[in-house]
Write a protein that binds this ligand. Structure first.
Ligand code: ATP
Ligand code: MG
Length: 429
């Protein structure tokens, strides 16, 4: 036998019945987005590598070690599989000048790729729900995007998610804080790991983001950015928190929340759960007013977030919020292959009338015995078996039998009435 080919490590197949959970998720997302007038955008999964180097930032985990990059063999372009949505959406917004007549509220769902060590809640291909509000500068839109995230989670039945928030202020405030931070870290040079040493001058803020247990205590006592924020930045943070609070959403200030990406300013936030162990951040985001210019556009404010879909669905399953429902109304039993053309046309008529119906089929293509067909019908989750026996068909009829212990008698329906079966089947319940 030829060697079995397996999926790439850290990349998952999404199979039935769990795939229905994904459809359920996406349906709730669509409703939530419509309720806040966010519109769908889809951008390519592949972009120029330079977009992420500039947009995501050279000293980020993503650009330093997590990107799937390759050279286009035909023209030598350096390309990268999307590791996050924001730079691609901003690129598209600039390319099509979509904010020329005002701000745009956008969302997208799709796969992203990061070369990380696979574990629960951490994959190499995973899905993000992404929201971006482009061209709006006020704190009410920071709050709006956060409330939209809350609304998505509420619709999914998830309530025990807490919100952490911080402000990264404006550039001059970050610069003053940065100088204090470098001086502080230099005075604790013996405690810095290799990553931290490398980032000390390139991006010391990122050291606050460290997951190294040996550095936690030292990092916790580092100079806090809020101490360097001016009145306007502090007021803005308060304004966002007040809007959230007015909607019953408590947000906790976390001084060490700096987010892993270079482009943020002012509001940054994460939604975190304690039910998923180490990978508890279900969503992260913030404001990025400088990003458009970084990737070659006109100054345009932006704010948004990315949600890890696998983590959210893990939470939904852990909390047993979702159960697979029956997806079939009727199962067609065909005792004799002669009837197949008629059955095919009747089933199409039924489907057009809104009945979800599946036909029995065997692995080897031969007609199965009645017993085997009934067994499959019972296990199919369908409410009804439709039996297309030759004798009944000769009389212009077929038999309908209730399944799954619904009780009720088997009865006959007229083939000529096929278009009305949908109503007839409902009436039989
Ligand atoms: P972390 O600190 O856990 O690495 P991150 O800051 O890299 O997270 P973001 O870039 O903010 O994550 O991505 C947004 C969301 O995507 C995260 O909050 C998380 O829910 C999810 N996520 C991030 N990386 C992965 C991954 N490798 N596998 C599955 N989900 C992920
Ligand atoms: Mg990461």
């Amino acid at each position: 036998m030829p060697a079995q080919i397996q999926a790439v490590k850290g990349m998952n197949d999404i199979l039935p019945p769990e795939s229905a959970l994904w459809e359920w998720f996406e349906a709730h997302v669509r409703d939530a987005m419509a309720a806040s007038a966010y519109k769908l955008i889809r951008t390519p999964v592949v972009e120029q590598t330079s977009l992420y180097v500039k947009g995501t930032g050279e000293t980020t985990d993503i650009v330093e070690k997590e990107m799937y990059s390759f050279e286009d063999k035909l023209n030598g372009d350096q390309l990268t599989l999307r590791p996050e949505f924001t730079p691609g959406i901003v690129r598209a917004a600039i390319e099509h000048n979509i904010t020329y007549e005002g701000g745009k509220r956008l969302y997208s769902i799709g796969p992203v790729f990061r070369h990380e060590r696979p574990q629960r809640g951490r994959y190499r291909q995973f899905y993000q729900l992404d929201v971006e509000a482009l061209g709006f500068g006020g704190p009410e839109v920071d709050a709006e995007t956060m409330l939209l995230a809350h609304d998505v989670l509420r619709r999914l039945g998830l309530s025990d998610v807490r919100v952490e928030i911080n402000s990264l202020g404006v550039l001059s405030e970050r610069q003053a804080h940065r100088a204090a931070l470098i001086a502080y870290f230099e005075s604790h040079g013996d405690l810095l790991d290799a990553d931290a040493k490398r980032r000390l001058h390139a991006n010391p803020l990122r050291i606050l983001d460290t997951k190294n247990p040996a550095m936690q205590e030292m990092v916790a006592a580092a100079p806090k950015l809020t101490a360097y924020l001016g009145e306007a930045s502090l007021k803005r943070l308060e304004a966002v928190q007040a809007m959230l609070a007015a909607c019953g959403l408590a947000s906790q200030l976390n001084h060490r929340l700096v987010r892993g990406l270079d482009y943020y300013n002012h509001t940054v936030f994460e939604f975190i759960t304690d039910s998923l162990g180490a990978q508890g951040t279900v969503l992260g985001g913030g404001r990025y007013d400088g990003l458009f210019e970084l990737v070659g556009g006109k100054p345009t404010p932006g704010v948004g977030w990315g949600m890890g879909v696998e983590r959210v669905l893990d939470l939904v399953q852990t909390q047993k919020i979702w159960q697979p429902a029956s997806e079939l109304d009727a199962y067609a039993i065909v005792p004799d292959a002669q009837a197949l053309p008629l059955v095919a046309s009747l089933l199409q008529t039924l489907r057009a009338a809104g009945v979800r119906v599946q036909q029995h089929s065997s692995a080897d293509g031969t007609t199965s015995g009645m017993k085997a067909q009934f067994k499959k019908a019972d296990g199919s989750g369908a409410a009804w078996a439709l039996i297309f026996g030759n004798e009944e068909l000769a009389n212009g009829q077929l038999a309908v039998k209730p399944l799954r212990g619904q009780g009720g008698e088997q009865r006959l329906l007229a083939v000529a009435e096929a278009a009305n079966w949908a109503a007839s089947l409902k009436a039989l319940v």
